[in-house]
Write a protein that binds this ligand. Sequence first.
Ligand SMILES: Nc1ncnc2c1ncn2[C@@H]1O[C@H](COP(=O)(O)OP(=O)(O)O)[C@@H](O)[C@H]1O
Ligand SMILES: [Mg+2]
Length: 295
Amino acid sequence: MAAGDVYPELRSSLLKRGGTVMLIGGPDTGKTTFSRRLLADAIAQGIVAAYVDADVGQTTTGPPACAGLRFVRSRKDLDDLHKADELRFVGSTSPDGLVLQQVVATAALVERARQEADFVVVDTTGSVSGVIGQTLKYHKVELVAPDTVVALQRGREMEPIIGMLRRFFGIAIETVQALRQAESVAAAQRRSNRIEAFTREFAPPLQKWRVLPTVFAPTLPAGLDLSRLHGILVGLLDDHGRCLGLGILEHDGGTLRVATNKGDDMKGLRLASLRIDPETFATEKVRLRQLMFGV
Ligand SMILES: Nc1ncnc2c1ncn2[C@@H]1O[C@H](COP(=O)(O)OP(=O)(O)O)[C@@H](O)[C@H]1O
Ligand SMILES: [Mg+2]
């Protein structure tokens, strides 16, 4: 089946219903492909739509570790879906330990999207199982309050979450069987997608801005050895809680700097739970509590 033909009846009923549609499903179940088709339908009908990309790992809009919003009013907007109109910083490429950040970032962007768009499509991470996946989806639905949830599942993997959302929120849930043809993006492919996304974000020339230890949220603990922050990925925030883009901390000769090409309007920084190699953009997880307090 051509990707253009995915679930045509469902797409037309979702558009008729309007409002906010949230797509949930495991990795590679076709959430992003389906989102693009829905947005293309909206454009064809002259509906002002918005795409909220809450997938911080296999990201479509904006860089990894951020949730992104793209208003979609024309075919061109859809072709440039990677360009974000607004970003919110989350701080990791997987939701473990960052459920609060992930949920709030998504909800803030959905609220922003609704100010201008009549149809909002929310794409989410493939984390759908276990306590983290369920807690994440529970609170995301609680705060975003979508009109419809579409669950793409293989076998019956989404049944626990579907049951939970029906029980606690009583919203309309459409369940579809993810197409078996959907080719699985292997772990190596995911990693290279991510590196490509970071490469785009850190396109040279990078500027290096001196960073005072007082500009972080949360505040750095007194007496922290700043050299421990070398290589940590950061979000650059403006004075409206928006993320302007990403930077990489450098500690050299007692001075802390941030390398970025998005620094012009930054008011402060937030630490990601990731260290990133500025050459290869390979990342490793960091436990910030351990980094700060050594516990
Ligand atoms: N209906 C479909 N038919 C064939 N291939 C599909 C279909 N939907 C998605 N795919 C393919 O499956 C892979 C994963 O799809 P994607 O939409 O990125 O999934 P997700 O966003 O859920 O991770 C992609 O390579 C995509 O081209
Ligand atoms: Mg996706």
